[in-house]
Design a protein around this ligand. Structure first.
Ligand SMILES: [Zn+2]
Length: 400
């Protein structure tokens, strides 16, 4: 739809930022049904903002754009640099959730969760969402509104969506580079796994008195949460402080994408399953970062494989055949899990979550892309899987 943002366009955007503070790319307007009266409404919105110095820039930024690499955060930082002044930039970022994106510079109102609330209230209308965003920035109510949303409803990726609902496009998506060179045999195994998971009813692993179970779990969840917070923060700092080798820009981009996804998941985490997902994303991002900085000495970067049975298990993995009833699935497993699987047992430390009064192994739950991909162990491109899941849930309806 759009190419990269050339110098002429950039100069035009800067001029508009100094003027009425609204710039809408014509191609973006066409693709998203944004009319002249919508543009007038946005100009009024910006002019009417009482506390925020709002600026609106709507353009789809190409992933290959040499300056901005697909990211609104890069474009807004650039604009702030050249235009100057305290400002709150509002735009569109294909690679974040929500795609309505806010970046504040200088003395500006609190922005946290404003885009989340505006998108929640206007999921199908970007223009209305920007209008609502202005109200939220002015009255500062977004954090309170966010607190009122039950935790398990805040984050759309992991709700009640069956992981294999979109199997058709899922398999289709695997034909390209997303599959990262994993063979057809695995694809067949995954397809077998689909039938297998679907045919299972959730099963309990063991039963503890509910109160005990919940307090034990709450402590464990807190630990994983702290670990995820720490690792995501550390990754962000490392990315800010380091540079990729010149030949490793793609891998560096992977590191940035994984970091953004990890942060987005963590910020919106509705369940312990999401927090584990954020941790997996952060570790993959860190692996890409290290590889890009070193110039990929081990060849083109590939996501590190995690143990199918529990993505928090560390160390090397090996492939095992996991038999269940009449089906066999080839999955990566850590040394401890592999030993147990080869002995014909289900590993004793499978990642599980509380459902009702008991714990259930994660792959017997429907937790969206997490269970659908085995946290990336049976489908290596976890980010693509999360995006597909999001599209299936109709959250990207802003685009044609
Ligand atoms: Zn394991």
């Amino acid at each position: 739809m759009s190419g990269s943002i050339d110098d002429t366009t950039l100069a035009l955007i800067e001029e508009e930022m100094r003027g009425d503070g609204v710039w809408i790319d014509p191609a973006f307007a066409r693709a998203n049904d944004i009319s002249a009266s919508d543009e007038a409404f946005l100009e009024q919105t910006v002019a009417g903002a009482e506390h925020a110095d709002m600026k609106v820039v709507l353009v789809e930024i190409d992933r290959d754009d040499p300056l901005f690499q697909g990211r609104f955060s890069n474009l807004s930082a650039w604009l702030h640099d050249s235009v100057g002044g305290d400002a709150t930039y509002v735009g569109f970022d294909e690679y974040t959730l929500p795609q309505l994106s806010v970046a504040a510079f200088g003395d500006q109102p609190e922005t946290s969760h404003a885009a989340d609330i505006a998108t929640r209230e206007h999921p199908d209308d970007l223009v209305d969402a920007v209008g609502r965003l202005q109200e939220l920035l002015d009255d500062g109510s977004a954090p309170d509104l966010w607190e009122q949303i039950p935790r398990d409803e805040r984050y759309p990726w992991t709700a009640d969506d069956g992981p294999f609902e979109g199997l058709g496009d899922w398999v289709e998506g695997l034909s390209g580079t997303a599959w990262l060179g994993v063979g057809v045999a695995v694809l067949a195994a995954v397809a077998a796994g689909v039938v297998w998971v679907r045919s299972r009813r959730p099963q309990t692993a063991f039963v503890l008195p509910t109160a005990v179970l919940r307090s034990v779990r709450a402590a464990e969840d807190r630990q994983v949460q702290q670990q995820a917070d720490r690792e995501v923060l550390a990754l962000g700092e490392a990315l800010g402080a380091q540079q990729p080798a010149p030949e490793s820009l793609d891998t560096w981009q992977q590191a940035l994408d994984h970091y953004d996804a990890a942060r987005s998941v963590l910020d919106h985490a509705g369940s312990p399953a999401d927090v584990v997902g954020a941790l997996v994303l952060a570790r993959r991002g860190d692996s890409a970062r290290a590889s890009a900085v070193a110039g990929e000495p081990g060849g083109p970067w590939q996501p590190p494989m995690n143990c199918y049975f529990n993505p928090l298990h560390e160390g090397r993995t090996e492939r095992v055949t996991w038999k269940h009833e009449e089906r066999s699935v080839s999955v990566p497993a850590c040394a401890a899990c592999a030993t147990q699987v080869r002995a014909g047992r289900e590993p004793d430390d499978v990642l599980d979550f509380i459902q009702g009064d008991s714990t259930v192994h994660y792959y017997r739950l429907d937790i969206g892309a997490w269970s659908g991909t085995g946290y990336g162990s049976v489908e290596p491109d976890l980010i693509a899987a999360l995006r597909r899941n999001r599209r299936r849930r109709g959250l990207a309806r802003l685009r044609p």
